[in-house]
Design a protein around this ligand. Sequence first.
Ligand code: SF4
Length: 96
Amino acid sequence: MTIAVRVEDKLFQNRYLVDAGRPHITVAVHEKPSANLMALTTICPAKCYELNEKGQVDVTPDGCMECGTCRVLCEASGEITWNYPRGGYGVLYKFG
Ligand code: SF4
C-alpha cells in the first residue's frame, strides 16, 4: 500500500517564530514591478510575495523557508534586501 504525502503537508510540520517589526526581507519602493519581482509572486515556495492593490509587490516574510530563491533573483539588482533572521527567529524545521 502506498501512502501519498503532499509537500504542503510536510511543510506544515515546520514552525516559524516571527521577529515582530523586524522583517528579514524587504522590497524596495517601486512604481511597477520588474519581471523578476513579479516572478517572486509565483516562485516563492512559502508564498511570501504578493501583489498589493496598487499592483506593487509586497513581502510578508513570515513562513519564509530561507531557500534563497528570491535572494538569487532580486538581491543583486537592489529590488529586495535579504538577511537571515536574528538568532532564535525564523523557520524551525521539523522532520518526520
Ligand atoms: Fe520565499 Fe525562499 Fe525568498 Fe523565503 S527565501 S521569501 S521562502 S523565495
